[in-house]
Design a protein around this ligand. Sequence first.
Ligand code: DGL
Length: 274
Amino acid sequence: MGQEAANQRQPIGVFDSGVGGLTVVRSLRKTLPGEDVVYLGDTARVPYGSKSPRTVEKYSLGCQQFLLARDVKLVLIACNTASANALPALVAASPVPVIGAVEPGASSALAATRNGHIGVIGTLGTVRSGAYATAIAARDPHAKLTALACPLLVPLAEEGWIDDEIAVLAARRYLSQLFDRDRAIDTLVLGCTHYPLLRDVLEQVARELAGHDVAVVDSASAMAEVARELLGSAANRRNVAGRLDCFATDTSRLDELAPRFLGEPLTGFELVDL
Ligand code: DGL
């Protein structure tokens, strides 16, 4: 077998602190349906969003090591907090390419904005890292970024309260902070892998606060696109759906939560210790 064919057969590795990263797998399976995917959710140690950069880096390296041991050809960090705090360490420790969530999200936001003011919402760890500000400034020094931590949105998405009154109230309370300035944002980055589930509510509330449509971008689809470009001829383009093997460090509530994020039924998680 030639090297290219061998590469095509290797799976793509994806990890997250929990189940939110399955929104990235969902996009990946749309963009590259023939690829096999190995997913790891570090559900025993979730959330990463409230932990220090050092801890997030240490946990993320452990997750990546697990995927590399399964011979993946590419690693996707399907967690904004891990991407924002651990990307350099993960890249340095990996013999295969590593795609984080921040850079693709920042590029999509810059492509979408018209007035140059972008808002990003995420966990405390993502906002505190300043990673989105750095990524955006590197691409366009004139663009303005306002970053806002929205810690209540992760539990809402997990609870499945994604289109009711409580979700609207939480979204309104948080997002109003992005619209009461001279130059209101015209583009909102969902800088957390849980937030795509709340997309409709966030879009609706942002429109109501701005008085016009606000572009909402998430890193999930942008990451899948980067993976497709990066793999090029090493992508598996067969016509049958690839395998999805899911692992987790704790399996509590996964049967209930995981399909919500993946958008399709799944066969289950294998419990692993890192
Ligand atoms: N996966 C995390 C992120 O995208 C959210 C959940 C957590 O705090 O671990 O930032």
